[in-house]
Design a protein around this ligand. Structure first.
Ligand code: UDX
Length: 431
């Protein structure tokens, strides 16, 4: 099928490259001409395993192309995916400005029978809203249908999550349009749920909010384990064997971050406020998450053995999770900025995002390797679970430090091994 993707960001680029891989003819549009030029040469600005290869395959076999301007891609397309950003507004609501602008831009050029698909994470009720915006802009409702097809891509494994999804969700009032959208995914073996638009939109928010709930829950259990001398690794293991709970998303840490959980939980809280429902559980999830960042700062203070105002802290890992270059809403950056505010000297290292972080946070002293970051430090704060931190020479780290202490906010290291090496060790919910 002839497909247009509007927005060549993380979701749009992955969607376009994978649909081309599935045999469709894909034109991907962005407003950023420089980005379009780089993509047309196969230069991928985001760190996603397998994506560069898929984009270059698509370019080579001419199934994938990049253009500037949404209308240029939408013209003649059978299916048009809206993959533009829906940032969090001041009041927590998802900002639909970009979606509206694009809907107005493409409406006049759409051929009758085109299906416009919301791929971006949009509030419940947005499909109907986009349909209205497009009708006002000249796309008659009996010609153009709008559907919801939420994405469930995790950063760092987006290509795998697209090609091997746990489920495909399509929300559309028009069964014929739903069938056409589902045909795009021919070749992918996964449960297909066709439902109404509002339910499809709610599935996305409810799924992310539930995953965030699991993270905050295990963080709270970890904090309680510290008070009762239990070990959260053992507890999570014992919980996970229950198939109703599972082992996934039960790793305690500094709190969740990234471009989705914080934004989507805020948007769902805004939706519930507007609906007159007090979503207490979700308020608790967000509060626990915010407190977890602060709890890490206090752990660093205690482990350093001195007031933060005269402590040197080495921060290992700045991205919101390992195997991504994404710093958006990273707990590590929140914690690093709290440490700087408290007067600490912060020496940071990240395997791939150090330079980006230094630009975002001028006060951050970024180093080229973890040993250099640890030089003269009173404590190492391991904030992101990069695998390389497991395999460091910790005798060398201890020699470099002024005071051998480590706050392992991701429970990446073995407490007894670290203590045998002479470190003061503190994890999250570890004995
Ligand atoms: C998430 C959802 O998983 C994905 O389905 C959705 O489409 C987008 O949002 P992502 O934000 O890329 O994906 O990251 P994810 O791997 O889900 O982790 C989210 C946050 O939770 C990260 O900060 C991570 O460090 C944290 N996390 C995750 C934990 O602290 N503990 C866990 O056990 C799992």
């Amino acid at each position: 099928m002839k497909v247009a993707i509007i927005g060549a960001g993380y979701v749009g680029l992955t969607t376009g490259a994978c649909l081309a891989h599935l045999g469709h003819n894909v034109t991907c549009a962005d407003i950023d001409a420089e980005r379009v030029a780089r993509l047309s040469k196969g230069e991928i600005p985001i760190h996603e395993e397998g994506l560069a290869a898929l984009v270059n395959d698509g370019l080579t076999n001419r199934r994938l192309s990049f253009v500037v301007g949404a209308a240029n891609a939408a013209r003649g397309a059978e299916i048009v995916f809206l993959c533009v950003q829906t940032p969090q507004g001041e009041d927590g609501a998802a900002d639909l400005t970009y979606v509206e602008n694009v809907a107005r831009e493409i409406a006049p050029v759409l051929a009758p029978g085109t299906v416009v698909v919301n791929k971006s994470t949009v509030p419940v009720g947005s499909t109907r809203y986009v349909q209205r915006v497009m009708s006002e802009a000249g796309a008659s409702t009996d010609h153009v249908t709008v559907a919801s097809n939420p994405e469930f891509l995790r950063e760092g494994q987006a290509v795998r999550d697209f090609l091997e999804p746990d489920r495909i969700v399509i929300g559309c009032e028009d069964p014929g349009a739903a069938v056409r959208v589902s045909e795009l995914y021919r070749g992918i073996h996964a449960p297909l749920l066709v439902t109404d638009p509002a339910s499809a939109e709610m599935i996305k928010y409810a799924s992310n909010a539930f995953l965030a709930t699991k993270v905050s829950f295990i963080n709270a259990i970890a904090n309680l384990c510290e008070a009762v001398d239990a070990d959260v690794r053992e507890v999570a293991l014992g919980m996970g064997y229950d198939k109703r709970i599972g082992f996934e998303f039960l790793r305690p840490g500094p709190g969740y971050g990234g471009s989705c959980f914080p934004k989507d939980t805020a948007a769902l809280l805004h939706t519930s406020l507007k609906a007159g429902y007090n979503f207490d559980v979700l308020h608790g999830v967000v509060d626990v998450n915010r407190q977890q960042h602060e709890r890490m700062v206090d752990k660093v203070r205690v482990a350093s053995g001195r007031e933060l105002s005269d402590a040197v802290v080495a921060v290992w890992g700045l991205t919101f999770k390992a195997d991504t270059d994404d710093l958006r809403d990273s707990p590590a950056l929140v914690i690093a900025s709290r440490l700087l505010e408290a007067g600490a000297t912060v020496r940071a290292y990240d395997p791939i995002a150090g330079e980006q972080a230094a630009i975002r946070m001028p006060g951050l002293d970024v180093h080229a390797d973890p040993y250099d970051a640890a030089a003269g430090a009173d404590v190492v704060a391991l904030l992101t679970e990069w695998d390389e931190f497991r395999w460091l020479d910790f005798n060398r780290v201890r020699e470099a430090m002024r005071h051998p202490a480590i706050v392992d906010a991701r429970n990446l290291l073995d407490p007894s091994a670290m203590r045998r090496r002479g470190f003061v060790y503190d994890g999250v919910g570890r004995r």
